[in-house]
Design a protein around this ligand. Structure first.
Ligand SMILES: Nc1ncnc2c1ncn2[C@@H]1O[C@H](COP(=O)(O)OP(=O)(O)OP(=O)(O)O)[C@@H](O)[C@H]1O
Ligand SMILES: [Mg+2]
Length: 287
């Protein structure tokens, strides 16, 4: 006989229901590649836990293993040491609970925006009417209702990337992985889409992992900024971003954090003199 009280017990007792929290937990992750017979140590001792609803931005020099890390989270590469777990279960392959947006939109040119988004629902169990509705909702979410019937070749770069974001979200994944999603856009479009991305991820309640070379973008979007160092790729620092810093790009909190991240990435920050004169020239992007 079970010692647990029955949930249907005829009294006023309330029994807590355990809701599983969709946590991503990476422990001691090591990854090697072989190139021309040479073994390259790409990721070393990665420990990273991401809680539901967090927006984690990852920055680091080119080649330090950021995209490789996303592929391991997606389950596209299972050849590694250490563990990648979702809700305590090892990731064994791709799933509808995780989706990714790349720098290039990767839309199918022969399908309209609407059909491109709908294509991601092929494996979902939704009815035809539910599919149509969720596609419409997600095109509205990215502000493209009026372009549902347009082909990728008829869209601007920013619009195509919005479609890619809608496609990634249409299955309502718990994890949205973003590999430099705004990297190919002009500066103004990029700033606008950063605001959009923040709003959309919040609206969907997704947990986001963003890889970016733009340190401003990382501090503006991330609740956390994870700094990686190269050869082998490892986590050098995992910084909590206070809301005050995230909310306003001109706030002292934002500027201080951005400068700190840049320093950790080896970018020299000029010291501004009393007359506003500065020496050196920092750029808010990682090589
Ligand atoms: N399929 C592969 N086979 C062999 N080596 C690979 C493979 N994929 C990546 N690498 C190597 O792994 C290292 C990390 O690559 P990765 O693409 O993860 O870096 P990254 O941090 O995303 O760089 P970037 O910022 O330029 O996109 C690089 O040295 C790269 O050459
Ligand atoms: Mg990459």
């Amino acid at each position: 006989m079970s010692a647990l009280p029955s949930p249907t017990a005829p009294d006023d007792r309330v029994f807590p229901v355990e809701t599983p929290s969709p946590t991503l937990r990476i422990r001691g992750l090591d990854k090697h590649f072989s190139v021309n017979g040479e073994r390259i140590h790409v990721l070393s001792g990665i420990d990273l836990t991401i809680a539901p609803g967090e927006f984690v931005a990852i920055v680091g020099a080119s080649g330090c293993g950021k995209s490789t890390l996303l592929r391991l989270i997606l389950g596209l590469d299972l050849d590694h040491r250490g563990s990648v777990e979702l809700d305590g279960k090892p990731v064994r392959g791709p799933g509808l609970d995780r989706s990714i947006v790349f720098q290039d939109h990767r839309l199918l040119p022969w399908l309209t925006a609407e059909r491109n988004v709908a294509a991601a629902l092929l494996r979902s169990g939704l009815s035809r009417a539910e599919k149509d509705r969720t596609v419409r909702e997600h095109l509205a979410l990215v502000g493209l209702t009026d372009f549902a019937g347009a082909y990728p070749g008829q869209l601007s770069g920013g619009m195509a990337q919005r479609v890619a974001i809608a496609r990634a979200l249409v299955n309502r994944p718990r994890f949205l992985l973003l590999d430099e999603p705004l990297g190919a856009l002009d500066a103004l479009t990029r700033l606008r889409l950063q605001d959009e991305l923040k709003r959309i991820v919040r609206h969907e309640g997704a947990t986001a992992v963003l890889v970016t070379h733009d340190v401003d973008e990382a501090v503006y979007l991330g609740n956390r900024v994870v700094i990686m160092h190269p050869r082998p790729g490892r986590i050098a620092e995992d910084i909590h971003v206070p809301e005050a810093a995230r909310a306003d790009r001109s706030s002292p909190e934002f500027v201080a954090l951005r400068d700190h991240v840049l320093e950790r990435l080896g970018v020299h920050i000029p010291h501004v003199g009393p007359h506003g004169d500065s020496h050196g020239g920092a750029v808010a992007a990682v090589p």
